[in-house]
Ligand binder design. Sequence first.
Ligand code: NAD
Ligand code: MG
Length: 413
Amino acid sequence: MAETNLAGGAAALPDKKPRRRKATILGSTGSIGVNTLDLIEFARGKGEADIEIVALTANRNLETLVEQAKKFRPALAVIGDASLGDDLKSALSGTGIETAAGPEAIEDAAMRDADWVMAAIVGAAGLQPTLKAAQRGADIALANKECLVCAGDVVTAAIRKAGGRLLPVDSEHNAIFQVYDFERPERISRLILTASGGPFRTWTADEMAVATPDQAVAHPNWSMGAKISVDSATLMNKGLELIEASHIFPTPHDRIEILVHPQSVIHSMVEYVDGSVLAQLGTPDMRTPIATTLAWPDRTPSPSAKLNFAEVATLTFEAPDIKRFPALRLTREAIAAGGVMPATLNAANEIAVAAFLNGQVKFLDIDAITEQVLESVSRVNAPARLTALEDAVAADAEARRLAEEFVAARAAA
Ligand code: NAD
Ligand code: MG
């Protein structure tokens, strides 16, 4: 007798066959990349997934890439730094793994036939490879928020046109994705993006003025790469996530709010017009959202710890302090201006964060430099609607040039 799935009755048994996927991981040696491979190994061990790795890519971390390639046996391993190409080739000689080097080789890797691509390169460098994977219709597990900030209209249009799915990895967007009614977006009154508040949530402006890179990357709840950790300390990360959310969900940006929630248990919320608020909760472990994107709309087990509510005991919330964290104002302004302004903001911030991590500028200079770049650009160019990738790329380059100038001026002062 055929199984039925009547409301209130027993659901059909899940298909027990392991999930087959061909996966590529762009940025496999970073924090998200390592978590992704860890999850894939776990899913294989549980008999949940039969995943063939098509390509792994890294920028300069040769040692980790070689180790990963030997273990996961991709068809192709790519190193972005062309000067390391020969070393990669000799380290993997005799393994049958093809190797390549240079930024274009990373784009070529994205064009190979994986049906699931983890976009986990940090910064605007992830834009072109992610776009290449999107254009051939792969499902994009998107961690690289900067590529949506920089050229969200172009990237989302490419995904839609080629028929792949955008599966958000960023924990807030992953949370919203799980509870968002895409069939009735007009019934959603508000998105609430939660923020841990970062390591300087309770610091005074004077203390923040002398914060060191080590203090800035010491995130209270999440273990992440250096750049996003600094972005979490300035709250620029939340600003970038606001822009990211406005591209993923059809809810206007002025109905997306930011709420500080120091425990990072609620990963974000959706409020409906009837007053219902739906949230997704979990421990702060990126393997949970990565698992969601790997299996969606099914589920797959993850090694992440499960929530112990009695141990968590208390959840608290507070409004963000826009005075101490001007990044939130800057991102609202950039998103309202539209056009190339988000790309400009993103590039300026990348340069300023790198300069802070190198010890060239102080912590509060990060937002000051970003604001200086935004002001210079808005004086010169009237913002237009972003329709072409070239406009985003040009704005990105110009913002980097200006930001480098402002960094040099501060470093010399
Ligand atoms: P990371 O610095 O740990 O890793 C970055 C990866 O990108 C590495 O594999 C590196 O080799 C590669 N890479 C760096 N520069 C490159 C370049 N110019 N060309 C090619 N490859 C390059 O960063 P991460 O913390 O894993 O973050 C990756 C992305 O995911 C970022 O966009 C970040 O905002 C986003 N994200 C991260 C987390 C997290 O928990 N780490 C959470 C949400 C979103
Ligand atoms: Mg996030």
